[in-house]
Design a protein around this ligand. Structure first.
Ligand code: PEP
Ligand code: MG
Length: 544
C-alpha cells in the first residue's frame, strides 16, 4: 500500500480503480504555410466549432451543476471571441506565415503567461487555466481529434496533472468516482465544479503513471490517497463511506429544521459569502441569512473600481435572492493579503498592520461612499445590514457613521430611493476592539467577531504563514476570553454579538460559544448543516 496526502478540493470518500490520464504534449513547433488566407479560414472554422462545443457544454453543465457553474463556459466563449485574442492569432498566421495550430498555441500560451504574472490578483491568475483550456480545445479541433479525454469505460478515480473545467464537466458523472491532481487549487473553477457535482477530489498529490489500474481510495475528509490499500484499510474506508453517505442524507433532512438547542435557545445560523453563487449555495444548504458578505471580492475580481451601478446590481441580487432573510454586507476589506493594483496602496513593511479595510475607507471616503450608496439603495429590495471591518476605536466608528449619514443626505437630496433604516454593525477583529467593546456597543446595532484576524492580532501570529501554524492556536484562552468579553459587553448594551470567523464553525466550541451567549454563528455554506445538527444536540441546562 502507498499513501499520499494532498489538499482536499471536494469532500467525500471514493473507492475504485485508478486511471492515469495523460494530456497530449502541448508544445507546438511552427510550420510555414503558403496560403495564409486559407489558414486563417481554417482557424475561424475551428473557432466556430469550439464556440458550438462551449454552448453544448454550458447546456450540459446547467443540467449537472446548475446555471451559475455553466457561466465558466460563457467566460470561455468570451475569451475565445475576444478581439485581442482573435487578432493575435490571425497576426501570427499572416505575419509569420505560421500554421493555425502554432498560432493558437503561441497566442494561448502568451496570454496564459500574462495572466499568471498577475501574482497580486488570484482571480486573474485563474484565467490562465481558462486560456489554456480554450487553446487546447481549438488545437484538438484543428488536429481533427475528437476529444482529449476518452470516455471512461468503468467507474474510476482519475489521476491527472491538472484538469480543466471543460474536461471535468465532460466526464460522465456515473463513471467518475473522484479525481486527484498534481496541480490546481481549492479555489479553481474545477474545484468549484467538483464540489457542486459532489465528486470527491484532491489536489497537490505527487501522482505516478504506474498507479494506472491499481485500486485506490480517495478520502476527501483529510486529503488522503491510498494506492493498493490493504484489506483492513479497504474494509474500514468502505464502511466509513457508507456511514458518511447515511450521515449526509440525515443532514439533508435538517434543512428545514430550526436552529434551536434542546433547552430552547435560538441561534441565528447564517452563512459567509463572497458572491452571488455563494448566496445561492447558502440558501440551498439551509442558511437562515448571510452573516458576512465579503464585499471586497467584487473589487478583487475587477481591474478597476467597480462603479455604483455594478455594486448596486450585485447587492440587490443578493437582497432579492435572500427574500426577507438578513444579509450583512461588510464594507471593503482591502489591504494586507487582499491586494488590488488599482488601489495603488504602495509597499508596506507590515501589510497586516498597515493600510487596510476601514483605514483606507476613512482616508479615501469617496470609495466608501460609492459602496454605501449602492448598499443603501439595494436595501429597498431585501433585509440588508452594513458592517465596518477592522475597527480599533470609537472615533473610527463615528467617522464611518458620519460618512454613512452624508451618503443618506446626498441620496435624499437627489430624490434617489433608498433604505432609511438599516442596521449598522462592526467587526470585532482586533484586541483593541474587544477590550473597548463596551464603548463600541453604544455606537452600533450589532457586533460580528472576526476570529481569523482576532487570533492573528491577539497571538501576534501571521495567519497566512504556514510555518507558524503550530503557533496559530485558535483555542488559545486569550482569544476565547476576548470573545466572552465582547459578547458580554454587547448584551450589557442590548445589542447582538455573532461570530463570522472560521472559529465559529468549530463544532468543538459550539457549546462554549452558546454558553457565552453568542447570538449568531456565520459559517461557510457547506458547514451550515453540520452546525445545525450540533446546535440541535446541545442542552445548555446541563452543567458546562
Ligand atoms: C475574520 O477576520 O475572522 C474575518 C471573518 O474576516 P476575513 O477572514 O475576511 O479577514
Ligand atoms: Mg478579518
Amino acid at each position: 500500500m502507498e499513501y499520499r496526502k494532498g489538499k482536499t478540493v471536494s469532500g467525500g470518500i471514493a473507492v475504485g480503480r485508478l486511471k492515469y490520464f495523460e494530456k497530449k504534449k502541448q508544445r507546438i513547433e511552427p510550420k510555414t504555410v503558403s496560403d495564409t488566407d486559407a489558414e486563417v479560414r481554417r482557424y475561424q472554422d475551428a473557432a466556430e466549432k469550439a464556440a458550438a462545443q462551449l454552448r453544448e457544454l454550458a447546456e450540459k453543465t446547467k443540467k449537472v451543476a446548475g446555471a451559475k457553474n455553466a457561466e465558466i463556459f460563457e467566460v470561455h466563449a468570451m475569451l475565445l471571441e475576444d478581439v485581442g485574442f482573435v487578432a493575435a492569432v490571425e497576426d501570427v498566421i499572416r505575419l509569420r506565415r505560421a500554421d493555425a495550430e502554432y498560432a493558437v498555441w503561441r497566442t494561448g500560451e502568451d496570454m496564459a503567461r500574462m495572466f499568471e504574472a498577475m501574482s497580486d490578483n488570484p482571480y486573474m491568475q485563474m484565467r490562465a487555466a481558462d486560456m489554456r483550456d480554450i487553446s487546447s480545445r481549438l488545437l484538438t479541433i484543428l488536429k481533427g481529434d475528437e476529444t482529449g479525454m476518452q470516455p471512461l469505460s468503468e467507474p474510476v478515480i482519475l489521476l491527472a496533472m491538472d484538469l480543466a473545467p471543460g474536461e471535468t464537466v465532460q466526464l460522465d458523472q456515473n463513471s467518475l468516482l473522484g479525481f486527484v491532481t498534481r496541480f490546481g487549487s481549492a479555489n479553481s473553477h474545477t474545484a468549484i465544479l467538483a464540489g457542486t457535482m459532489g465528486i470527491p477530489a484532491l489536489a497537490g498529490v505527487e501522482i505516478k503513471p504506474e498507479w494506472d489500474g491499481c485500486m485506490g481510495i480517495l478520502d476527501g475528509r483529510d486529503g488522503s490517497l491510498y494506492v493498493d490499500p490493504d484489506e483492513e484499510t479497504l474494509a474500514r474506508l468502505q464502511r466509513e463511506k457508507q456511514e458518511e453517505k447515511k450521515f449526509r442524507q440525515y443532514l439533508e433532512g435538517l434543512k428545514e429544521k430550526e436552529d434551536i438547542t434542546l433547552d430552547g435557545t435560538n441561534v441565528r445560523l447564517y452563512a459567509n459569502i463572497g458572491n452571488i453563487n455563494d448566496a445561492e449555495a447558502a440558501l440551498s444548504f439551509g442558511a437562515r441569512g448571510i452573516g458576512l458578505f465579503r464585499s471586497e471580492y467584487l473589487y478583487l475580481e475587477s481591474d478597476y473600481f467597480p462603479d455604483e451601478e455594478t455594486l448596486f446590481g450585485v447587492y440587490r441580487h443578493v437582497a432579492e435572492l435572500m427574500g426577507g432573510k438578513k444579509a450583512i454586507i461588510r464594507t471593503l476589506d482591502i489591504g494586507a493579503d487582499k491586494q488590488v493594483n488599482y488601489f495603488r496602496l504602495g509597499k508596506e513593511e507590515n501589510p497586516a498592520l498597515g493600510c487596510r479595510a476601514i483605514r483606507i475607507c476613512l482616508q479615501r471616503p469617496e470609495i466608501l461612499k460609492t459602496q454605501l450608496r449602492a448598499i443603501y439603495r439595494a436595501g429597498l429590495y431585501g433585509n440588508l445590514s452594513v458592517m465596518f471591518p477592522m475597527i480599533i476605536s470609537v472615533d473610527e466608528v463615528r467617522a464611518a457613521k458620519q460618512i454613512a449619514q452624508e451618503v443618506k443626505e446626498e441620496l435624499r437630496a437627489e430624490g434617489a430611493p433608498f433604505a432609511e433604516h438599516m442596521e449598522t454593525g462592526i467587526m470585532i477583529e482586533t484586541p483593541a476592539a474587544a477590550l473597548i467593546s463596551g464603548e463600541l456597543a453604544k455606537e452600533v446595532d450589532f457586533f460580528s467577531i472576526g476570529t481569523n484576524d482576532l487570533t492573528q492580532y491577539t497571538l501576534a501570529v501571521d495567519r497566512r504563514n504556514q510555518e507558524l501554524e503550530p503557533f496559530y492556536d485558535v483555542h488559545h484562552p486569550a482569544v476565547l476570553q476576548l470573545i466572552a468579553m465582547t459578547v458580554s459587553n454587547a448584551h450589557a448594551h442590548g445589542i447582538r454579538a455573532g461570530i463570522c470567523g472560521e472559529l465559529g464553525a468549530d463544532l468543538e466550541l459550539t457549546e462554549t460559544f452558546l454558553r457565552m451567549g453568542v447570538d449568531e454563528l456565520s459559517v461557510s455554506p457547506s458547514a451550515v448543516l453540520p452546525m445545525r445538527n450540533k446546535i440541535r444536540s446541545l442542552d445548555l441546562r446541563n452543567a458546562g
